[in-house]
Design a protein around this ligand. Structure first.
Ligand code: GRF
Length: 222
C-alpha cells in the first residue's frame, strides 16, 4: 500500500446500524485527503439506517443485509462476510454496528477489524454506557477503539479519549461530548492502520513497533 492513488489506499468496508456519524468522520477524512483510505462499501443490517444515505451522498456502494431475514446468527454472518469479502478489504470498521458477531466471523477478520465503544474499556461493556457512568458517579468517561476479537467489547484497545463528566451532565449531553471525541480517535486509529503503523500481535497492540499499554494510546479532553 502507498498513498499515491485511491486504488493503492487501504481498502475499508464500514458496517453500520444507525446514524453513521463515525462513518461520516471517515468519509470526511477520505474526501479531504487526511486519511489514506478508500471506503469501498458500507453495509447496514438496518434498512432505514441514516448512515446509508451518507454513503449514497459520498458515492460509496451500500448494501442492507437485514438480520431479520435470517434464521440464525451463523447464516447472517455467512452472508455478511461473503459480501464483505467480495471487496477484499484491508480493514473492516464497525461504526455503530449493533450485532453480536459469531466467533467464526471475528476470527476471520482478526487483526483487521476495529470497533468503537462509548466507554473507557474495560469499564462499561455493553449498552447504556453514558447513563451507567452517571449512575456510578464517575468523574471521567470516554470512548475506546479496539481490535475486535471473540470477546464482546473485549478486544485489545488501540486508543481511548477521556472526557470529564460535568456536574450538570445528563446522558444526552455526555453522549454528545463523547461522540465528538469518537470522531477524532476513530480516524486516528484508522489512519495508523492504513499507514501500517498499527498491528495486533496476540493480545497486544503495537503502534510503530512498540507495545501499547492495556488502555491503548490515551488522549484527554480538558
Ligand atoms: C457510537 O457512540 C459508538 O461508540 C457506538 O455506537 C455509536 C454509533 O454512532 N458503538 P454513529 O452511528 O457512528 O453516529
Amino acid at each position: 500500500m502507498n498513498n499515491t492513488s485511491a486504488s493503492s489506499h487501504c481498502k475499508v468496508v464500514v458496517l453500520i446500524s444507525g446514524n453513521g456519524s463515525n462513518l461520516q468522520a471517515l468519509i470526511d477524512g477520505q474526501e479531504q485527503g487526511h486519511l489514506p483510505i478508500h471506503i469501498v462499501s458500507v453495509i447496514s443490517n438496518i434498512p432505514e439506517a441514516a448512515g446509508l444515505r451518507r454513503a449514497v451522498k459520498a458515492g460509496i456502494p451500500q448494501y442492507t443485509i437485514n438480520h431479520q431475514d435470517f434464521t440464525d446468527r451463523e447464516a447472517f454472518d455467512t452472508e455478511l462476510s461473503s459480501t464483505i469479502d467480495q471487496y477484499q478489504p484491508d480493514l473492516v470498521v464497525l461504526a455503530g454496528f449493533m450485532r453480536i458477531l459469531t466467533s467464526d466471523f471475528t476470527r476471520h477478520y482478526q487483526g483487521r477489524m476495529l470497533n468503537i465503544h462509548p466507554s473507557l474499556l474495560p469499564k462499561y461493556q455493553g449498552l447504556h454506557t453514558h447513563q451507567r457512568v452517571l449512575d456510578a458517579g464517575d468523574d471521567y468517561h470516554g470512548a475506546s477503539v479496539h481490535f475486535v476479537t471473540e470477546k464482546l467489547d473485549g478486544g485489545p484497545t488501540v486508543i481511548q479519549a477521556i472526557v470529564p463528566v460535568l456536574k450538570d451532565d445528563n446522558a444526552t449531553s455526555l453522549a454528545k461530548r463523547v461522540q465528538l471525541q469518537e470522531h477524532i480517535i476513530y480516524p486516528m486509529a484508522v489512519k495508523w492502520f492504513a499507514r501500517q503503523q498499527l498491528e495486533l500481535r496476540g493480545n497486544q497492540v503495537l503502534l510503530n513497533h512498540s507495545v501499547l499499554p492495556d488502555c491503548g494510546y490515551q488522549i484527554k479532553q480538558l
